[in-house]
Design a binder for this molecule. Structure first.
Ligand SMILES: [Zn+2]
Length: 503
């Protein structure tokens, strides 16, 4: 009889500095989605964890029983109602599938609830209670997981992404499936050890397209995975824009029945991160300097100005105005901005119609952390329903949506092309321009509201990437955040923090 594995989950990354909670409706809006039953299996081949999970199950002749998989664009804390509704759906699906040989969960790892700092821990605990102690539970984890004690207590094995941008979601899903199958077939006894460091790091220091400190540790994790008896080795950068006690850097190693070996390697990886703790600091460039450098560039060059502090992929609203204001003050030419979320401005542009000239106050409306609204006058060049395909290398085969989207042309055809959107989003694909009539390789300045995911598609076309120092709730300047629930002392907020991974 075929091995029966049940799967489902809830995936959301929570920025607790985002005041707006994530509701059930948010799981069904824009680029978010709730996949049920066959819709999960239909993710086979896409650039998602299920792209790998489903493919590996098929390859190995496993019966994969889908329940519900809900994922939401990063944002504020998930409401209790949304969590309980989705959790119940998943549990009902699992109950209907019993008996099963294993559970593969589709989670993110940094979800927080409106009244609880840990979202994944309670979900895993509920699944464990339902299936009992002897059915293995395995999950892939996002590199930005904030690892809680409850997560470790409830699962048999975790394996994290090794790339940021996350271009390895399918292979990590497949890796998790292989560990689960080895456990079910009695070929391995997954045994986990983890180390949580007193270290919090900005997202931008976790990028793996350059030799970041996190990449140095991940390179060693790859070597460790080649050692006999090791099933997975993971370095989690954590998600720093979450004021939860267990946020920050952690390591997890899974071995075949050897807790001492797991502990030894998890400790070694933690030691690498701790020794490099000073290198996790990011020094963004003043906005005016970045714009001046770009405008002085060679003809044909493309400068990416990364508005890393206002990244929709890190749960910000994406309506920060500091870089747009800088472009206007510098009278920048050949600049394209993706994007500013402003439903009011979008509605006004639609009302005016294509070809109309409008004067609007845009952005800076969602909260007090992303600058004041900016007045702009421009021509409405395009109105788009907002949904478009993602080509890759990250998320290929999926669709993105930022709601109704307008391109506003400011200062004539070679001036500033500003995309105004109804919903949040993060430009991680060239189609964030091309589907809106803007050829990114032909613009001097591309302003991207993205912490790092933009790098997968845009580094290959960029003459230079400059991370700019704008205000926002995904800023690498962690000292600007008002942490109240985070454990202390923690480096670098408490510079005198001392620690040894052997403690
Ligand atoms: Zn991530």
């Amino acid at each position: 009889m075929a091995i029966r594995i049940v799967t489902g989950g809830i995936a959301q990354e929570t920025n607790t500095f985002q005041w707006q909670p994530t509701t059930l409706e948010d799981f069904q809006t824009g680029s978010s989605g709730i996949h049920r039953g066959q819709e999960i299996l239909d993710l086979d081949g896409t650039g998602t964890i299920y792209g790998g999970i489903v493919a590996e199950a098929r390859r190995q002749g496993v019966e994969l029983i889908p329940t519900t998989y809900a994922h939401a664009v990063p944002g504020g804390r998930v409401t209790r109602h949304a969590f309980e509704t989705l959790k119940q759906e998943i549990l009902d699906g699992i109950r209907a599938a019993l008996p099963v040989d294993g559970v593969l969960l589709g989670i993110h790892g940094a979800m927080a609830l409106e009244d609880e700092d840990d979202g994944e821990g309670p979900l895993i605990a509920a699944v464990r209670e339902l299936v009992g102690p002897n059915v293995p539970i395995v999950a892939p984890l996002d590199l930005h997981t904030n690892l809680s004690g409850a997560m470790m207590a409830g699962a048999d094995a975790f394996v994290g992404y090794k790339h940021y941008p996350h271009i390895d979601t399918p292979e990590t899903g497949a890796h998790a499936m292989r560990i689960l199958l080895a456990a079910i077939r009695g070929e391995a006894r997954p045994t986990m050890a983890h180390v949580r460091l007193p270290l919090i790091a900005p997202n931008q220091s976790m990028v793996t397209t350059w030799q970041s400190p996190l990449k140095t540790a991940i390179d060693r994790a790859r070597e460790i995975e080649q050692e006999p008896g090791v099933l997975a080795a993971t370095v989690l950068g954590g998600f720093p824009f979450a004021d939860v006690p267990f946020a920050g850097v952690a390591t997890i190693v899974v071995t075949d029945g050897d807790p001492a070996l797991a502990r030894r390697y998890a400790t070694e990886l933690a030691r690498i991160c701790w020794d490099l703790r000073d290198d996790f600091t990011i020094h963004p460039t003043p906005i005016a300097d970045a714009i001046a450098e770009a405008m002085a560039g060679e003809p044909g060059s493309v400068y990416v100005l990364a508005d890393i502090a206002d990244s929709g992929a890190s749960g910000t609203a994406g309506d920060g105005t500091a870089v747009l204001r800088g472009l206007l003050e510098a009278n920048a030419r050949s600049a394209a901005v993706a994007q500013i979320m402003d439903p009011e401005a979008v509605a006004a542009c639609i009302e005016a119609g294509v070809g109309a000239t409008v004067t609007l106050s845009v952005g800076g409306k969602h909260d007090k952390y992303h600058g004041e609204p900016v007045e702009v006058t421009g021509r409405v060049r395009l109105i788009h329903e907002g949904r478009f395909p993602i080509l890759g290398p990250m998320g290929a085969g999926t669709y993105a949506s930022r709601g109704k989207t307008v391109v506003l042309e400011i200062g004539g055809p070679d001036g500033i092309e500003l995309q105004l959107t109804e919903l949040r989003g993060h430009p991680h694909d060239l189609n964030f321009f091309r589907c809106f009539g803007i050829e990114p390789t032909q613009r001097r300045i591309l302003v991207l509201k993205s912490a790092a995911h933009f790098r997968a598609a845009f580094e290959p076309i960029a003459t230079k990437v400059i991370e700019v120092d704008a205000p926002g709730i995904s800023s690498p300047r962690l000292e600007r955040f008002d942490y109240r629930r985070l454990r202390r002392p923690i480096y670098p907020l408490d510079p005198e923090t001392t620690w040894s991974p052997e403690d």
